[in-house]
Design a protein around this ligand. Structure first.
Ligand code: NAD
Ligand code: ZN
Length: 368
């Protein structure tokens, strides 16, 4: 088991990654549990079905009673009705300002539970027990949110967890597309921070189906990148924007496809291809880096087909609605070189030209 400490303003918390991390409830976090009057788990339904006993047994060994509230699996748990139901559950169970919540699921359950914790009685403590590879990104950094009929993540707050216990034993049941999703965010962390690490990942044979032994230090490295950036810029005024590399175009594809046919990270993989094409024009990447990236993605089972399913105008409307767009201008995170991100405003005309070039390139290289 490995540990990394995150420091955000006056708030410090540890992130543990490895096997049997829930055993820490009885040791490292015994005092914390003692200081709470009630403990509640908010669990993703799919995850609970297979893994809840793992977490419950670990908590039972501390002698504490724990309430469990199951929410719909995946993204649908971020609906406002589910949020309200969580608050009612806590009130009916007699939770107070001294209670503790535990999020047990992927990024969606983590975002929901974080927002419930941020707003219940104006804020209570919560621990993240993430169960997806993608959650190495979402469980750290304190962004919490739910979705509205008008858009994803539209209501939320910043609320840092008290601890993050990443138990890698639960990855064995993760579907392949969710593994690809998380690995896309991992390679994104490499792209924006470290050229040597990027090279390692691009050549890695087990990238899309990694062994846990290989994955654990990689996740820790990804969390390290996120933690450093969040430590510098918690509220996304400057460098935190770099974490959105690939997300402007990726989100547009995700939204146009109605969220669901492809996982978030698979859409980000598409978005990073587009961002590399723009980066080749505005930065100093190695020659035809985009081509190399696209071949890497194809080799690892990612698809770029959705790029051909939508018109530029359709994707543009989503890019302009992106929370990160400001005054209707589209700001893209690009790379000067591998590991060196910067933000650049790109005109609609240039976006369209890049979109056409992107499709031509995908066709020419037979990457679809
Ligand atoms: P997810 O939470 O929707 O989980 C994906 C699917 O995998 C779900 O069906 C879930 O039930 C299932 N699942 C989870 N763990 C499993 C396991 N161990 N075995 C089998 N099935 C499992 O998806 P995600 O990719 O983890 O998270 C995506 C969410 O994270 C989005 O809502 C996104 O907005 C959010 N996010 C937040 C941040 C942040 O900084 N707060 C950053 C990135 C993403
Ligand atoms: Zn993302």
């Amino acid at each position: 088991m490995e540990k990394l400490t995150v420091s955000v303003r006056d708030h410090r918390y540890d992130v543990y990654v490895g096997s049997k991390t829930y055993e820490l409830f009885a040791t490292e976090y015994a005092e914390l549990l003692k200081s709470t009057d009630k403990i509640g788990i908010i669990a993703d339904a799919h995850v609970a079905e297979v893994h809840l006993p793992l977490l419950q047994d670990a908590l039972a060994s501390t002698g504490r009673e724990v309430s469990v509230h199951i929410v719909p699996g995946g993204e649908s748990c971020k609906m406002p009705e589910v949020y309200v139901a969580c608050q009612s559950f806590l009130l009916q169970e007699g939770f107070t300002r001294n209670s503790l919540l535990i999020a047990f699921g992927g990024g969606a359950c983590g975002d929901l539970t974080g927002f419930v914790a941020a707003t219940f009685m104006r804020g209570i403590r919560f621990i993240q027990c993430p169960t997806t590879v993608l959650a190495h990104d979402s469980a750290v950094g304190g962004k919490t949110a739910i979705n509205m009929p008008e858009g994803k993540n539209m209501v939320g707050s910043f609320h840092q967890p008290t601890a993050v216990l990443f138990d890698t034993d639960v990855f064995k049941t993760l579907p392949a597309s969710e593994m690809r999703s998380g690995m896309a965010e991992l390679v994104k962390h490499a792209f924006i921070s470290d050229a040597t690490w990027t090279e390692e990942l691009l050549e890695e044979k087990q990238f899309s189906a990694p062994s846990i032994k290989w994955l654990e230090p990689q996740l820790l490295r990804g969390i390290g990148v996120k933690a450093q950036i969040v430590g510098e810029d918690e509220f996304e005024h400057s460098t935190r924007k770099y974490l959105n590399f690939g997300h402007t175009f990726g989100h547009a594809v995700e939204a146009a496809s109605g969220f669901g046919s492809l996982s978030h990270g698979e859409c980000v993989m598409i978005g990073m291809g587009y961002a590399f094409l723009l980066s080749e024009k505005h930065g100093h990447l190695p020659a035809d880096f985009t081509g190399r990236y696209l071949r890497f993605a194809k080799r690892n089972g990612y698809t770029f087909k959705p790029v051909f399913n939508y018109s530029f105008e359709e994707l543009l409307s989503y890019m302009q609605k992106d929370k990160k767009a400001s005054f209707g201008k589209m700001n893209f995170v690009l790379l000067k070189q591998l590991g060196q991100p910067f933000v650049k405003e790109i005109s609609t005309g240039e976006c369209q030209q890049a979109f056409e070039e992107f499709k031509e390139k995908l066709e020419r290289e037979e990457i679809v």
